[in-house]
Ligand binder design. Structure first.
Ligand code: BG6
Length: 495
């Protein structure tokens, strides 16, 4: 047991008072093996899981329970820091693991599953759908028929929910016919990231920023989520999604909401989500020819990253040779409301870029009168990755004679500030929230649909106006056209 766990136990942090079963559909997939199981291992190690909680992986391959435990161990060892992995803890965790081979597209298999689980009306059943979204509707219906969707059952859906507004509405309706909204957890793992939640603390627990957090003082906002990885072995999924559906529709719009929303009345699920929906609904539509001016689409060509040659996107596994899928998107978004009218929010995300960084830049306006003849406007940088950092750039006088100014950083490195506490992975926090039934950090049905309502016309505009993705070399900062999006307004991307 680590120091954090000991402390949590001492202060009496509540652990689940009733046992639950977590059923992971897609139980041998990337998400389950790389993220969910390691996160659950950490929760187990921290003593946050009920002693009788079971985790049942469901997938088509015919693994035995022991073979699955061995597979899970291999992945957890690779994902968990060496200091946090020990055999005694692992054994305890492995005892919770079970495996059941089934085909989630076959209704009869759900009857077999129900018999395997046995009747246990007091148990909370959590169905985690780590599968492609086209299975969501069937799974919900089959769970219902098999009697696995009673009042004690919850369902967790991974993004993207559908591939358009229409498909998202169909999924939401099918899920809603079986589970009421309070039992549906639509996960966006960005909301589980420590710094993302810190953004709310920064805005709503400090008096300093609120008066200037508005159009009168902010020139523009940049939200960048850049990755150096390519599509790895997710080519088949990515071909249908592209960066717009994979990242912008969810992660980037969620970040935008947290930057732009009004202070909720309370920090509870409904109040927070009400404020986020208002922002999504206030997004100015981008449609038709607007897509030429307000968006940039890109696709990586061959290049070098970290000293290695990497192939073009269309040579990746399970990707079409003449693929038209974007691996990069930049958008100039605007929010038509009192606080933000006229302030552009520039969003960008892409794969195979020079570095992995996720950050939000709030660029303030310059002082009204340049007393010293020089100087830059203040800016606040909120970095989510690779390190968690918040820094405020201020102007200061450089030493010596004369009033020469230079920017200095007021820096808060969160990892250092809280160095004694292990940083939780986003999935640990979110899985615990599902277990405890707290949906504050999950997307509500209307939120997901409002996001699609803004994204759909952009996708259609690209299609109608033949906006093929512009090539950019892997290892670069994106297509050339990216710069024009800001330069024509006299602005620059932060590099
Ligand atoms: C996922 C996307 O939701 O987020 C991936 O499907 C992407 O394509 C990933 O790589 C990025 O998450 P993170 O936490 O590594 O920034």
């Amino acid at each position: 047991m680590d120091a954090l766990t000991a402390r949590l136990n001492r202060v009496g942090v509540p652990t689940l008072s009733i046992p639950c079963d977590m059923l992971v559909f897609g139980g041998t997939g990337d998400l389950a093996l790389h993220k969910l199981l390691p996160a659950l291992y950490h929760l187990h190690r921290a003593g946050r899981l009920h002693r009788d909680m079971r985790i049942i992986a469901l997938a088509r391959s015919a693994h035995s329970r022991t073979a699955f435990q061995a597979l899970a161990e291999r992945h957890c060892r690779a994902q968990v820091a060496r200091a946090d992995f020990d055999m005694q803890t692992w054994q305890g965790f492995a005892d919770r693991l079970d495996y059941f081979a089934m085909d989630a597209s076959q209704s009869a298999d759900f009857g077999r599953l129900a018999r395997h689980l046995g009747a246990a009306p007091e148990r909370v059943r959590i169905h985690y759908l780590a599968t492609a979204p086209d299975l969501f509707e069937d799974i919900a219906a089959y769970l219902h028929t098999a009697g696995l969707a009673g009042d004690n059952a919850r369902i967790v859906l991974e993004k993207p929910i559908g591939h358009s507004l229409e498909s998202a509405q169909a999924i939401n309706a099918a899920i809603g016919a079986v589970f009421d909204e309070s039992r549906v957890f639509r996960i966006d793992h960005y909301l589980g990231k420590e710094t993302v939640q810190n953004l709310m603390a920064l805005r709503f627990a400090n008096a300093l920023f609120e008066p200037i957090w508005r159009a009168g003082h902010i020139d523009h906002v940049q939200i960048s989520v850049c990755e150096s990885l390519g599509v790895e072995n997710r080519g088949a999924y990515y071909e249908k999604a592209g960066a717009m559906r994979d990242m912008v529709q969810n992660h980037l719009l969620q970040l935008l909401c947290l930057v732009a929303m009004e202070a909720p009345v309370r920090f509870d699920a409904e109040s927070v989500r009400n404020e986020k929906v208002k922002i999504l609904e206030a997004l100015k539509p981008i449609s038709g020819l607007d897509v030429r001016d307000k968006t940039v689409r890109g696709q990586y060509s061959a290049g070098r990253i970290g000293g290695h040659d990497v192939p073009a996107y269309y040579f990746e596994k399970n990707v079409d040779n003449d693929s038209d899928t974007e691996t990069f998107v930049a958008v100039q978004a605007e929010i038509d409301n009192w606080r933000w009218a006229g302030v552009p929010f520039y969003l960008r995300t892409g794969k195979r870029l020079a570095k992995k960084t996720s950050e939000i830049l709030i660029q303030f306006k310059p002082v009204p009168h340049q007393l010293f003849g020089e100087g830059e406007a203040n800016r606040l940088l909120i970095r989510l990755q690779p390190e968690e950092r918040i820094s405020l750039q201020l102007m200061s006088k450089s030493p010596g004679k004369g009033m020469h100014l230079q920017p200095v950083e007021l820096d808060l490195n969160l990892a250092d500030a809280f160095h004694k506490q292990r940083r939780w992975d986003a999935y640990e926090r979110l899985l615990l929230d599902v277990i405890e039934g707290d949906s504050t950090l999950f997307m509500r049905r209307d939120e997901v649909e409002a996001a699609w309502r803004w994204v759909d016309p952009i996708l259609q505009g690209w299609h109608q106006h033949y906006q093929s993705p512009r090539p950019y070399p892997a290892g670069s900062n994106g297509p050339e056209q990216l710069q024009h999006l800001l330069e024509r307004h006299g602005r620059q991307w932060m590099e």
